[in-house]
Design a protein around this ligand. Structure first.
Ligand code: CP
Ligand code: NVA
Length: 330
């Protein structure tokens, strides 16, 4: 039977089957070809979407805006703090108001429960643009980028190094398990993903012929990897006070040339971005001054190397988000 996800929310990858993820990836490839060839695709003219951001963004916001405009839609952006939501109006009321005006709602915020509640009341598709627990639109861009580089997904070895119990670690573990990629979280025990989610991912992995494992050992984690992935050590919404402890926990998990040498010769480096790979940001400069660490989760050498595919990944955010919008609204 043909895949059809019209009217569905896109809140976390756990809600989607491997076939549905495959459908979205193939659709994204079609949209990427059209965009590159300059073929217009204003398939959703007359529809309108709203982008609700309670945290800041460059890639996700711009991807939703460009994707929406390429599809011919009207797009409203509400920046952190500029709507009534949360302070003067409940999530449920906001959802019911926006659902009367718009055909789809993107939401970036804190707890996953908030986006789930928004979806329960909106009456139109809701897309999760990142919560503390999950970042599902990033997953499609990452899978598309890996497939473009290796020509396949199944059987590859993927290693996430760093804060593995956050939105990126959680989401990548589920994405790999769904698509038959062997996943390793390489992190200190304290930053391993929650046991219940690991168990769920391991069950999904078994069904799809791959594995999910956790290790504290960098040698073990990096050896034979096809993909080495990392994320910032302190995420949006976490207090500044956690930096010191997080640096102490994660400095040995920095992705540097030694780590890349342990991986396969053909291995690529990935990062959702933004990244602290030098001191050219205010936070990067501040951390360098306070802790004497000019590069954090990845060295500038690896970030700028030929193995780094981070800007392909960033571009693919737009093509894959376009696929999600189109497939759920059309
Ligand atoms: N990767 C990502 O979500 O980037 P933004 O925070 O810039 O949207
Ligand atoms: N873990 C990061 C991801 C940013 C795309 C954060 O939540 O800030």
């Amino acid at each position: 039977m043909a895949t059809n996800i019209r009217g569905r929310n896109y809140l976390k990858l756990l809600d989607y089957s491997p076939e549905e993820i495959r459908y979205l990836l193939d659709l994204a490839k079609d949209f990427k070809r059209m965009k590159r060839a300059g073929v217009p695709h204003k398939y959703l003219e007359g529809k309108n979407i709203v982008l609700l951001f309670e945290k800041t963004s460059t890639r996700t916001r711009c991807s939703f805006e460009v994707a929406g405009m390429d599809l011919g839609m009207g797009v409203t952006y509400l920046d952190p703090g500029s709507s009534q939501m949360g302070k003067k109006e409940s999530i449920a009321d906001t959802a019911r108001v926006l659902g009367r005006m718009y055909d789809g709602i993107e939401y970036r915020g804190f707890d996953q429960a908030l986006v789930e509640e928004l979806a329960e009341y909106a009456g139109v598709p809701v897309w999760n643009g990142l919560t503390d627990q999950f970042h599902p639109t990033q997953m499609l861009a990452d899978l598309l980028t890996i497939e473009e580089k290796f020509g396949r997904l199944k059987g590859l070895n993927f290693t996430f190094m760093g804060d593995a119990r956050n939105n990126m670690g959680n989401s990548l573990m589920v994405a790999c398990a769904k698509m038959g990629i062997n996943f390793t979280a390489c992190a200190p025990k304290e930053l391993f993903p929650a046991a219940a989610l690991v168990e769920t991912a391991q069950e999904i992995a078994r069904e799809n012929g791959c594995t999910v494992r956790l290790t504290e050992n960098v040698d073990e984690g990096a050896t034979d990897a096809d993909v080495i992935y990392t994320d910032i050590w302190v995420s949006m919404g976490e207090p500044d006070e956690v930096w010191e402890k997080r640096i102490r926990l994660l400095k040995d998990y920095q992705v540097n040339s030694q780590v890349m040498k342990k991986a396969k010769d053909t291995a690529i480096f990935m990062h959702c971005l933004p990244s602290f790979h030098n001191t050219k940001t205010t936070i990067g400069a501040d951390i360098a001054e306070k802790f004497g660490l000019p590069e954090m989760e990845v060295t500038d050498e690896v970030f700028e190397s030929k193995r780094s595919v981070v800007f392909d990944e960033a571009e693919n955010r737009m093509h894959t988000i376009k696929a999600v919008i189109y497939a759920t609204l059309c």
